[in-house]
Design a protein around this ligand. Structure first.
Ligand code: NAD
Ligand code: UDP
Ligand code: UDP
Length: 325
């Protein structure tokens, strides 16, 4: 018999990297999952192992269009996340963040459902406060190539807080810092997947700029744990809440570590630094620690080993090898 705590949960972007791990976790916790995705960057391969689960349902749908379903909770993750993908069709990126948020908030309002938004550390832009606490308001270029993503996500946060104030909607806004792990798209251009695929294929690792810029990398399991803990907090806790791993590394340190862990003979080459590339990024997670009794457990080296093992297997598979070409 179904547990009384079991819920019907909608995950938008559920066929993506983070979404697929979240669907898996929610099913393991005994919930019913409705996964909604338009497969822009996600893939059925990410959730194929869940298809036969009796509590899993998949719907191909673009959240910029209205969606009428019946659920108890919503995790809104649908949005391309890597610079290469979100800059491919920047107008669609902003539409996904803004129109998608309006539709999912309208859905939550009709159902009185709790809704969590996957926001991002990009709302801080190229930060001049370091590390970034939630009350830092950011330094975003409104007209640059990253703006479609950054401003779309900022507007989505505004919509979440206005639905909360105006309609009393129970919201949870999470600001995710760079997260990595198995099922990242091998060709999405993010630094961890790029470096691992390049190292495994013996191609040069491409460092943009001089590699002195920093990022903080969170392993996917740690992030998902933070998501579900936050969703279960009392209603007054709306966020925004930073979730990420405070360990900070230069991109050059990351490249060296990937080469060492893959035993690769790849060299490192320099490529131009993209416009508006943030120079440093590291979450202040004091709020999440206090509220959720949570902090990341997987160190970068361990998380990279698990991710390398995934890509090592996945690149053997025909479709992923082709996608990475
Ligand atoms: P991803 O690209 O793997 O997943 C995004 C998913 O959303 C994909 O499956 C894609 O097909 C789907 N999607 C895109 N537009 C859609 C639309 N209009 N309608 C329905 N589905 C749509 O990326 P991810 O890393 O899993 O990111 C998930 C969420 O987390 C995104 O909202 C992203 O902005 C946020 N986030 C991720 C990171 C990270 O480091 N991974 C950091 C900050 C924020
Ligand atoms: N919406 C949806 N599913 C629902 C309810 C609403 O997709 O179950 C969409 C609908 O397209 C609407 C949007 O959410 O335009 C915002 O809904 P809201 O009730 O806030 O505003 P209104 O309907 O007044 O525009
Ligand atoms: N980067 C790099 N080589 C790559 C891909 C990315 O040096 O092949 C750099 C990029 O310029 C940025 C950092 O790595 O400084 C993180 O990039 P990513 O696209 O993963 O995430 P974001 O910039 O959104 O944090």
């Amino acid at each position: 018999m179904r547990q009384s705590t079991s819920k019907r949960v909608l995950v938008t972007g559920g066929a993506g990297f983070l979404g697929s791990h979240l669907c898996e976790r929610l099913l393991a916790d005994g919930h019913e999952v409705l996964c909604v995705d338009n497969y822009f960057t996600g893939s059925r391969h990410n959730i194929v192992h869940l298809m036969d689960h009796p509590d899993f349902e998949l719907l191909r749908h673009d959240i910029t269009w209205p969606l009428y379903v019946e659920v108890d909770q919503i995790y809104n993750l649908a949005c391309p996340a890597s610079p290469v993908h979100y800059q491919h069709d920047p107008v669609q990126t902003t539409k996904t963040s803004v129109l998608g948020a309006i539709n999912m908030l309208g859905l939550a309002k009709r159902l009185r459902a709790r809704i969590l938004q996957a926001s991002t550390s990009e709302v801080y832009g190229d930060p001049d406060v370091h590390p970034q606490p939630e009350d830092y308001r950011g330094n975003v270029n409104t007209t640059g190539p990253r703006a479609c993503y950054d401003e779309g996500k900022r507007c989505a946060e505004t919509l979440f807080f206005d639905y909360h104030r105006q309609h009393g909607l129970p919201i949870k806004v999470v600001r995710i810092f760079n997260t990595y792990g198995p099922r990242m798209h091998p060709n999405d251009g993010r630094v961890v997947s790029n470096f691992i695929v390049q190292a495994l294929q013996g191609r040069p690792l491409t460092i943009y700029g001089d590699g002195s810029q920093t990022r903080s990398f969170c392993y996917v399991d740690d992030l998902i744990e933070g998501f579900v803990r936050f969703m279960d907090t009392p209603e007054q806790h709306t966020g925004p809440l930073n979730l990420g791993n405070p360990g900070e590394f230069t991109i050059r340190e990351l490249a060296d570590m990937v080469i060492r862990l893959t035993n690769s003979s790849s060299k490192i080459i320099a490529k131009p630094l993209p416009q508006d590339d943030p120079k440093q990024r590291r979450p202040d997670i004091a709020r999440a620690k206090a509220l959720l009794d949570w902090e990341p457990k997987v160190r970068l080296e361990e998380g990279l080993k698990r991710t390398i093992a995934y890509f090592d297997r996945a690149l053997d598979r025909h479709e992923l090898a082709r996608a990475a070409e």
